[in-house]
Design a protein around this ligand. Sequence first.
Ligand code: ATP
Ligand code: MG
Length: 256
Amino acid sequence: METLNVQNLVKSFPISEKQRKTLGTSEKRKIAVNGISFTAKSGEVFGLIGPNGAGKTTTMRMLATLIKPDSGDALYNSISAVSSPELIRSQLAFLTTDLKPDMKSTPDLMFDFFAELYHLPSDTAASRKKELFTEFGIDKFSRTQIAKLSQGQRQKVSLVISVLHDPKFVILDEPTNGLDIIAAREVREFILNMKAAGKCVIISTHLFDLVEKVCDRAAMIMDGRIVVNDTLDNLMQGRPLEDAFYDIYTHIKGVE
Ligand SMILES: Nc1ncnc2c1ncn2[C@@H]1O[C@H](COP(=O)(O)OP(=O)(O)OP(=O)(O)O)[C@@H](O)[C@H]1O
Ligand SMILES: [Mg+2]
């Protein structure tokens, strides 16, 4: 059983003089994430849902060891992301919309490049490529230039490549952003596939629909804080998730 134990993550960024003027603030730092804690388990999909600027991407980047928290930690099976980032990186997949694939490359070449980066033995890489490309229908366009693929196909390639080293933890920031209904459905299938394979999956999104369709548990994040965290069944109680969260949102905004 894999467990990700997120403990009181805090991250702030300096606010430039120019930003201070546009934002109309005298604060020198912006607290993007303000004490986030949650637990996610293997064979489950954990969803972090929240409005623009809530701190989702910052949280995900800390989980992926791309940035260090000011304080707090993320324990992957008790191993600290803060003190052992390399070890953690070898066990996780991370995908964010900021990462753009090389347009001149092909899915095939990209896979080989990343397989080498992860030091996968060539026979393991070859069998893994065959398995993943077949499973997710990439074999049909594996030698086509990335530039000629649809956005959905590109996202699928990125997802598949992100898991080529068979990680235990899969962290996806806004995995269906900008995709059409067909591509979004395929990405959802990918997520459920990872769950069925026993991975611990963490996604961030602002789409209720995605959370309803794939998550076992969800936390709502607002202004860098988790305001509710529960199983999907408990959160929904027979009504749309959007209604449940909107009630919490207005309650918090109302009492602020
Ligand atoms: N590198 C940075 N420097 C300065 N401020 C930052 C930086 N990264 C994020 N922020 C600020 O931190 C806050 C949280 O940003 P973050 O990107 O984590 O939110 P988000 O929930 O992912 O939003 P979105 O839904 O728009 O992707 C925002 O106010 C953002 O402007
Ligand atoms: Mg974001």
